[in-house]
Each structure stands twice: as structure tokens, then as C-alpha cells.
Write a protein that binds this ligand. Structure first.
Ligand code: IVH
Length: 705
């Protein structure tokens, strides 16, 4: 979406702006900058600035707009009503909008907030507040009907979210049944936050590292991403827990709203806790007035690091539900609640040295070795410096005192060097000209025009790149079960694997004889390697560690070719003619195929039985010519007797149909099971929908059930 050079400029300008240095045409630029950071945060799940910094930029934009309302552009982030919804998940409308919170940063802000409420209700008496932690994770909404969990959704754009019911059901902190009926509630919607305890987060990242998968930048990204995986097992494996903090909708048997038949927000929390939900306990307090709130939030801030999960502040809510109703909400946030944001976590330490690590695609990453410093619960001794430009921009020198921050993030970064404290003995950092792995004079580092990273051409294209082999066997690539990083490293040391083709040429007799191996474990690896040989072409392409060629682009390319070798003659245009493939991917793949060593490796792979041809799995389902439901939209309703719903939808899709979620003119086929209700009536009324029974569906596709 963005060029690396643009990203660099956005980052630079953000920091300029935050440091009060002027940037050109601030209003337009601010919109571009914020739009970029929103994309990094919400689409890429990989923010480059802290929430605190984002808020500051956002507030600056809002201020410009408040002063010049005629200036407001419709694409300003302040005007955002819709956000990026992932089309892979069906969308679901929330029963009540999921608003966000206004922010406060100090005691004065909180006192102003208190005053504004008193003014709105025209009363002077003390307001009672419920204070609770502001969890730093991903929002989730749950709907229960007749005590059963029927729906779970992400926040999405606040009005509609993504239906993640199967994923939520995999989480043990989400009760599948909860006794709302005990309180006369038939239908309820509640809100909460998905978080990952720090201990578990570290474990998950360690495992991912072993498997050669990309590690998560912080628990929040791992949690929000985890809610939206396509595999509910993956959601549950990430150790996600859900804290519920709001009962947002409650209806009795007659359809009456009974939310405010309770007196206080804290009663809602007690109710939720009573029927099995995890609610905030540490850091929850009913405060009798704003002064108590101010004291409590600052006291709790010092306890922040002793918690086993990340919080980025506290939420202060008017406790009395009637008062909440009276003050109401703006379009964006309730007037009865405010977030109190904690300060970023910072410490100073000394920069001792810089080491250089070589990544999967040959990029050389500088890593600062610092005097170990205890910061927000962990001791930090290594900090990534990203690339040479980062070092230059920050003018970092060996021996410098540096300011280190962990702003809600687990990964620390160097904010700046404290130049005033320099003694004159500091040394400038010399970025290496040659690869730190000594390949002789061939290893001069190169830099692509639009990239900040320096790369070693041998590590990038050559035969000795162990990281590529680790990636190749990992779950994210060829998924060779039980192989893993440690075996790759071991076989590499032994000289048994030099590139990925050697994975398919191992001598299992020799492996059996290794320390720590037995017949069983060696045969297990052998079976997994054999299995991987028939992987789809898209999997194979994405396992090659070609720079920028990820799963999606591999899939698109695999649809277009019969054999990997076809790509040898492809031009840049052949690639970019495919929708969603850009010139960067095109150039990288083309360059890869121009390197003779790679073609030789492909030949060895083929000789060793690895599939390099298009498979059934690579052919897009909807264009398979013989598909009986080709091009049709389909919907299943009622309870099916022979197939489960998900199975039926998958079968329909495999036969060319597109599953849609509602009855409209766009619907071609409605398959009705028992007790079909309003969907059937609606389809009959439309008259354009073909209605078939489950048996007719089974017969049509000649299914064997
Ligand atoms: S109350 C209408 N309480 O913060 C009230 N939100 O900026 C809306 N959050 O998306 C939220 N902890 O996911 C509330 N104790 C808490 C919270 C909390 C975390 C998140 C929430 C929301 C965001 C609001």
C-alpha cells in the first residue's frame, strides 16, 4: 500500500510534528500521516508510533478543524465512521453502537470532566464514579439469547463488526451459557476486551520463533489478530482472555429494555461476575467523588507493572445509570465516561555496542546492546535499531545515554540519545559495508532504491541462508510438522542441509543415529517431509522467501501458471496484469528467477519429488468449469439434518457457489432445513429465489452422506 520511502517520511514527519517542528501544509499532511498510522495499526496490526502519540496527532487535527470548520475534508480521520472491515468475516450489526472514549492525561482533565457532567445535569453534588482498568487489547461484543451465547463480534466500525463467533467460542473466559434469565434478561449484549497475559504472550512468541514464524510486536496485536484468525484453534492457542466491562443492552421477555432497572454500572459488573464472566477486579473502585478518582488513578498507575497484562490507563465512568442516560453520548463517545491515559514507560540507560543480525531475506538489522535496565516488568539489554537511517536520524553513538520507552508495547525502542550528557568519548556507529557473515569480497551490502535496509546479496540469493530453510519448513510455509528451527540448525551445522532442496534428500538412517533421535522421531520427520512434497503450488511459492512474495500474491500467481518454470519467461507486465500484484512483487519474483542458483535448486527439488505444478487447490473454485453451482449465491436456513452448516457452506463454495448471509434479490438459492423461519417466507415472497430442500442439495451435488 505504501512505499518504504513514503513510510519513512510519514514516520519522520510524525516525530517532527510531535516535537513541535513545523511540517509543510500541516492540515493535509496531518490527515495523510494519521491515515497512514491508522493503516499500520488497524490493517497491518503493526503500529510504528504509540497510542499516546497517535492521540496527540489526532487531537492536533481536531483542533485545526474546530477552529476552521469550513476546512474539514470528508476523508479526515475525524470524520471516520466506517473502518476497514475484513471481507473474510461476515459482518454483524451491533445491537447498540460501540463508541470509543474521550481521553484525559492529568488531574485537571479529570476535574474538567467532572465539571462538565455537573453542568449537564445542573447539579452540584458529588458524582459517584466507577473506576476500572483500561485494558490494552481488542474490543469484543457478545450477544446472549435465552442464556446462550449466540454471537460474538469485533468492534469493526462501531456500528457493524466482524462475526467471530466460532473464535470467541474457543475461549474459556467466554461462557457458552450464562444465567441472564436469573435477572429477568432474555437478550443481552455485553462488551469487553480480549487480552493476552504477559507470561503467556512471551511463551507464544518463543514458540513462534522456534517455528520460524514472525513474532508479535505486542500482546495487543497478538490478541486482536487472534480474534480474527480463520482458525479457532489458533485463537485459543494464543492464550486470549476476555475481561467484560460493559452491559450495553438488556431486554426482558416482552422486549422491554431493562438495562436501567439496575441502579449502577457497578451492579452490571457484579451481575456479569455473578453469572460467570471475568470482570475487572484489580483496579476497580467505586469512588465517591472526583478527588477520590484522581488519587486512585495515580496510585494505581504505580501498580501497573505488577499486573500480568497490559493496561494503558483507567476508565472513569459515572456509576449511576440514570445519570448516564441524562448526560448521553456524542456521536463518538459517551459523555459519562472518560479514559485516563497513563504516561509512557521510559528509562535511561547506556548504549554499549551495536550488533548486526541477518534476516530471512538477507537484510542486516542493527541491534543495540544496552546496559541492562529494568523497565515495566522486564530487564532490557537488546533493542532493535531497525536500519541505518534510524541510527542517523537519532544521531546515536556508542557510549551515549539513551532514553528507552515501552509505550504500551512490549518491544522497547530508543526514543533519543541524551546529547547533553555526552563526555566526548562517544563513538560514531559505522554501519558495516560487508556482510557480518564473512563471505569474502562478494558480500558487499546493497540497498534497493526504495528501501531503508541494507542487504547481503549472498544471504539474500545464495545457498547458505539458514533462515530461509527455517521458514521453508515452518507452519506458515510448507508446514513440515516436527522439523522446526533446532533441527534445521543442527542439520545445517552437520552440512546435511545447505538449501531447501536438501530437506528432501535427508538420510534418515543417519538422523536416527543422532543423539536425541530415535527411530520413531526420525520416521515422523520423514513422513512429514513426504507429505509436504505434494503441497499446493501456492504453498510452495510462498515458502521460497522471495522478498515481498507472501501468501496472497503466491495464491494469485499459482492460479495463473501450470508449472513454476513458467515464471522464468514472465515479464513485469505479466505479473502486474494480475489484479492486486504490484511492481515490487513483480520485480522481486523476476529477479529470483533470473538467479541461476535458484533454477538449479528448483531442478533438485523437482528431482526429489517436490510438487512444482498447479494442483486442484490452486485453481480458483468459482471458475472450475464443471462446478454445478458456479456463479450462484446461496444461503442455508433452518436446521440441516445430514450436514452441519459450516460443512454445507464449504461444499457449496467448493462447487462454485458464494455464501451470502441474507435474503435479497441477490440470492439465487435458499436451502431449507427443518424449522426454517422468516428467511424462507421472505424468499418465497421475492419469487426470484430457487428454494431447495437439504436432500435436493445433496442430490444435486451427488454427495455421499
Ligand atoms: S468502556 C461506551 N471500559 O477502550 C463505553 N472501554 O476507547 C465504551 N477499553 O474500544 C468503552 N478497557 O475496547 C471501556 N474498562 C473499559 C475498557 C475499555 C478497555 C477499550 C474498549 C474501547 C476503547 C475505548
Amino acid at each position: 500500500m505504501y512505499k518504504a520511502s513514503e513510510e519513512k517520511e510519514f514516520y519522520k514527519d510524525s516525530k517532527h510534528f510531535l516535537n513541535n517542528q513545523p511540517i509543510a501544509s500541516s492540515y493535509d499532511r496531518l490527515i495523510e500521516i494519521l491515515t497512514y498510522h491508522e493503516w499500520r495499526y488497524a490493517v497491518k496490526n503493526d503500529p510504528v508510533i504509540s497510542d499516546f502519540e497517535y492521540d496527540k496527532l489526532f487531537d492536533a487535527l481536531k483542533e485545526i478543524e474546530n477552529n476552521n470548520p469550513l476546512l474539514i475534508r470528508p476523508d479526515s480521520p475525524t470524520q471516520r465512521i466506517a473502518s476497514d472491515l475484513n471481507p473474510d468475516f461476515p459482518s454483524v450489526k451491533h445491537l447498540t453502537s460501540m463508541l470509543s472514549l474521550g481521553n484525559s492525561y492529568n488531574a485537571e482533565d479529570l476535574i474538567d470532566f467532572d465539571k462538565s457532567i455537573k453542568k449537564l445535569i445542573k447539579e452540584e453534588k458529588d458524582i459517584i464514579y466507577n473506576v476500572e482498568p483500561k485494558f490494552d487489547g481488542g474490543s469484543i461484543a457478545l450477544v446472549y439469547e435465552n442464556d446462550f451465547l449466540i454471537k460474538a463480534a469485533t468492534r469493526g466500525n462501531g456500528v457493524e463488526g466482524e462475526d467471530i463467533t466460532p473464535n470467541a467460542k474457543s475461549l474459556k473466559s467466554v461462557p457458552l451459557k450464562a444465567a441472564f434469565s436469573k435477572y429477568g434478561i432474555t437478550k443481552a449484549e455485553l462488551r469487553g476486551e480480549a487480552i493476552i497475559p504477559l507470561k503467556i504472550f512471551k511463551k507464544v512468541n518463543k514458540e513462534r520463533e522456534t517455528e520460524g514464524l514472525k513474532i508479535f510486536a505486542n500482546p495487543r496485536n497478538a490478541a486482536t489478530g487472534g480474534l480474527r484468525t480463520k482458525d479457532a484453534n489458533e485463537t485459543s492457542n494464543r492464550g486470549i482472555e476476555i475481561f467484560m466491562f460493559q452491559l450495553s443492552y438488556a431486554e426482558d421477555n416482552d422486549g422491554n429494555n431493562v438495562l436501567s432497572s439496575f441502579i449502577n454500572h457497578s451492579d452490571h459488573l457484579e451481575l456479569l461476575s455473578d453469572i460467570g464472566f471475568k470482570v475487572p477486579i484489580d483496579g476497580q473502585l467505586v469512588a465517591n467523588n472526583i478527588d477520590e478518582v484522581v488519587k486512585f488513578v495515580s496510585k494505581f498507575e504505580s501498580k501497573r507493572d505488577s499486573l500480568d497484562y497490559e493496561i494503558d490507563g483507567m476508565v472513569v465512568k459515572v456509576n449511576d445509570l440514570k445519570v448516564q442516560d441524562r448526560v448521553g453520548s456524542t456521536q463518538h463517545h459517551p459523555r459519562w465516561a472518560i479514559a485516563y491515559k497513563f504516561k509512557a514507560k521510559q528509562a535511561t540507560t547506556t548504549l554499549l555496542d551495536v550488533e548486526y543480525q541477518i534476516g530471512k531475506v538477507g537484510s542486516v538489522t542493527p541491534v543495540a546492546k544496552v546496559e541492562p535496565v529494568f523497565l515495566a516488568g522486564v530487564t532490557i539489554s537488546s533493542i532493535s535499531l531497525h536500519n541505518e537511517d534510524f541510527i542517523k536520524q537519532k544521531d546515536l553513538r556508542i557510549g551515549d545515554k539513551v532514553l528507552v520507552e515501552r509505550a504500551g508495547d512490549v518491544i522497547p525502542y530508543i526514543v533519543k540519545s541524551l546529547a547533553d550528557l555526552r563526555t566526548g568519548d562517544e563513538k560514531r556507529i559505522q554501519f558495516p559495508k560487508y556482510c557480518p557473515r564473512d563471505h569474502g569480497d562478494k558480500s558487499k551490502l546493497i540497498q534497493y532504491a526504495d528501501e531503508a535496509a541494507w542487504r547481503c546479496p549472498i544471504c539474500q540469493f545464495g545457498r547458505d541462508n539458514i533462515q530461509k530453510i527455517i521458514f521453508h519448513v515452518s507452519k506458515a510455509a510448507m508446514d513440515i510438522d516436527g522439523f522446526g528451527k533446532s533441527n534445521v540448525e543442527r542439520f545445517y551445522e552437520l552440512g546435511w542441509v545447505n538449501d531447501i532442496s536438501d530437506i528432501y534428500n535427508l538420510d534418515y538412517e543417519k538422523i536416527m543415529a543422532l543423539d536425541g533421535f530415535g527411530e520413531k522421531s526420525a520416521l515422523k520427520i520423514q513422513a512429514a517431509v513426504e507429505k509436504a512434497k505434494s503441497n499446493s503450488l501456492q504453498k510452495f511459492l510462498s515458502s521460497l522467501s522471495i522478498h515481498h512474495l507472501g501468501k496472497k500474491a503466491s495464491k494469485l500467481i499459482a492460479q495463473e501458471i501450470n508449472h513454476v518454470y513458467d515464471l522464468q519467461s514472465w515479464t513485469i507486465e505479466d505479473f502486474t496484469n494480475i489484479k492486486d500484484i504490484g511492481p515490487v512483487v513483480a520485480e522481486n519474483v523476476k529477479a529470483w528467477f533470473e538467479f541461476p542458483g535458484n533454477l538449479e535448486m528448483l531442478q533438485r527439488l523437482e528431482e526429489r519429488g517436490v510438487n512444482l505444478k498447479q494442483t486442484e487447490e490452486d485453481i480458483p473454485k468459482q471458475i472450475r468449469e464443471d462446478a454445478p453451482l458456479s456463479g450462484k449465491s446461496i444461503l442455508f436456513t433452518g436446521s440441516l439434518q445430514n450436514l452441519n452448516r459450516k460443512e454445507a457452506q464449504e461444499i457449496a463454495e467448493m462447487n462454485g457457489a458464494k455464501n451470502i448471509s441474507g435474503v435479497s434479490k441477490k440470492l439465487d438459492i435458499l436451502v431449507v432445513g427443518e424449522k426454517a423461519g422468516s428467511k424462507l417466507t421472505k424468499a418465497q415472497a421475492l419469487g426470484t429465489v430457487k428454494i431447495m430442500t437439504e436432500q435436493e442439495f445433496i442430490d444435486l451435488l451427488k454427495l455421499d452422506v
